[in-house]
Design a protein around this ligand. Sequence first.
Ligand code: FAD
Length: 475
Amino acid sequence: MPSTAIVWLRRDLRVHDHPPLAAALAAHDQVVPAFVLDPALLHGRFASAPRTAFLLDCLRELEAALRERGGGLVVRHGAPERELPALARDAGATAVYWASDATPYALARDRRVREALRRAGVEAIRGPGNFVADVGRARTKGGKPFTVFTPFHHAWSALERRPLLPAPSRLPALPRGLDRGALPSLAQLGLGGGDALAAPAVQAGEAAARDAFAAWLAGDLAAYGDRHDRLAVGSSRLSPHLRFGTLSPREVEERAQRHGGAGAAAFTRQLAWRDFFAHVLLHHPGNRLHEHQQPMRALAWDDDAALLAAWQDGRTGYPLVDAGMRELRASGWMHNRARLVVGSFLTKDLQLDWRAGEAWFMRWLLDGDVAQNNGNWQWIALVGVDPAPAFRRLLNPTLQQRRHDPDGAYVRRWVPELRGVPDERLAEPWRMSEAEQAAAGCVVGRDYPAPVVDHAHERRRALERYRAASAARAT
Ligand SMILES: Cc1cc2nc3c(=O)[nH]c(=O)nc-3n(C[C@H](O)[C@H](O)[C@H](O)COP(=O)(O)OP(=O)(O)OC[C@H]3O[C@@H](n4cnc5c(N)ncnc54)[C@H](O)[C@@H]3O)c2cc1C
């Protein structure tokens, strides 16, 4: 009787450097790679048609890669704690392997799955694969989890790294007669008529991921340290691949380090932010719903549906904010510098709750990831870990545009009505005279909105709100 194991794929949709797959192959004759479409995620708080479409494309490609190697992918639809024991029974599997994750939902789900497998007499074997290092292990000298990035980065850099694993050249065939299931379409999942991206920023699947990474290593990585904040160029766009595991974070780190140089050092430091925010949510699951800093839970937010809609649609009258928001909606991605600017703008210029921004990002981002998105939103809203004085993260959208999009290439790409506006007016189109507006073919208030708020005024209000919350802490 051959021994059989299931490899439960979740957000690690690849064959290269896949520890659970390698471990299962080493210990069993038959291996059944399986993906469970979980309604709680597909239709939950952070449901997203664009991200689900990306997921399905990744799965289609993974299925082909597994078949090419002689194996296949089994697809089930339902609660994993029901589907996996049933699949283990049908396949005659005695063990299920998977890569650990860090979000509260993943941890609770995995506990339910482990318990259901235990009852069915099936072993549950967890391994690494979703992060560069073991995000659960990093500790301060006092033995506590980190809440400040720089010391985390220090400790994280010293954590042990596992060796990279090659992709298996051959896979055992799936057990005879086992129902493979089928990958549904977006419409079959009930998400077909919803949000769609006009021009996705990133192509799905492991092959595209590996090509993009190879091009990044050979090209722009070297200049990353100097150029990562440049809006029109600069960063790797690998985040959706790291989100779905079409690239292994560990492999990305190692190959970047092998490349060497200042660009690679700056880039791997960004990978540490990813592990950091997973570490934070792992140890502070309540952050999912509330501010990490307790006094900031008392911050008063405005409630203005019209301003929120202007922000979501990219109609605030601040060109950089509008460019970022339109990039998000058209492509499912936004440059990190733009994310910071629109995040600061929502929470400090519009005085709106960071959770509205978190939810909007999760609806559209291909890399939308609970730990990363929540951690970054709390960071820019100044309510989370890694605290700083309010003025440090209160970004001026006009100055940010001049600094990080000096030739206007980014803004002109995403806000076409501003294309004719000259460079010196592009960050503040409302300052154009009537004659300048006519010459630029852009009348402010007709072709492009006037600013919905006054930054200088809102800045003072925001500083006052944060000061009041901090003062309440002190008393
Ligand atoms: C408000 C806000 C929300 C965000 N939401 C998400 C999210 O849902 N998912 C997500 O992956 N990133 C999120 N980020 C972080 C960051 O903006 C993206 O990871 C980055 O822009 C992705 O582009 P890139 O792959 O070109 O990054 P690069 O600059 O090339 O960096 C390489 C990798 O490092 C990691 N990284 C870089 N910056 C950060 C960061 N600040 N935090 C965590 N990891 C980082 C990413 O995995 C990224 O792919 C958010 C940032 C902000 C300010």
